[in-house]
Write a protein of this length. Structure first.
Length: 175
């Protein structure tokens, strides 16, 4: 990644991890959450055919937080996320608030994270949104030079918080 890059996801985050929590039935939660499991190869091909992509990965294990932290450290750059821009379904957000999970740490099975040059961000977003597997795509942040190797997120209260790498496993691996 390079400073100035836009960070894009192809839709709502955390659906798969939240669906697993509900499906287990241990918490007696009544929530209708479906996994986001879907192939991404054709969406990736459409994006890469028209836009330079500096980094791209699925957000499975460790969620978006793991992807962005690993990229920030590997690229020796900082990442700034905008909490208001991150697409999370209200039911998933509510579940996370009840059980103390961060939606950015939840597993996804059909979501990608891409870093593209700022000047290509609008085109990348349009390409993703034109595809059925990317219709809810959003620009969630940007890459910056400092602080190196650190992911931060602006909050609704006017401050920033560090988005750390997930520690341990929120849910034991079942798939």
């Amino acid at each position: 990644m390079r400073p100035g890059d836009a960070l894009i996801v192809n839709g709502f985050l955390g659906d798969h991890g939240a669906a697993i929590v509900v499906a287990r039935g241990n918490l007696k939660l009544d929530a209708d959450i479906l996994s986001d499991s879907q192939p991404l190869h054709d969406l990736v091909a459409a994006l890469a055919a028209e836009v330079p992509v500096h980094a791209l990965r699925d957000a499975t294990r460790g969620g978006v937080a793991a992807v962005l932290n690993e990229w920030a450290m590997a690229s020796d750059v900082g990442v700034q996320l905008d909490a208001a821009a991150i697409p999370v379904r209200p039911v998933v957000r509510g579940l996370c608030e009840v059980i103390g999970f961060d939606p950015l740490h939840l597993a996804n099975e059909g979501k990608l994270v891409a870093a593209v040059p700022h000047e290509h961000a609008a085109r990348a977003l349009a390409i993703l949104r034109a595809h059925p597997r990317g219709r809810d795509a959003a620009i969630i942040g940007r890459v910056r030079a400092e602080p190196r190797g650190v992911v931060t997120m602006s909050t609704g209260f006017g401050g920033d918080r560090i988005v750390a790498l997930p520690v341990g496993e929120q849910l034991p691996r079942i798939c």
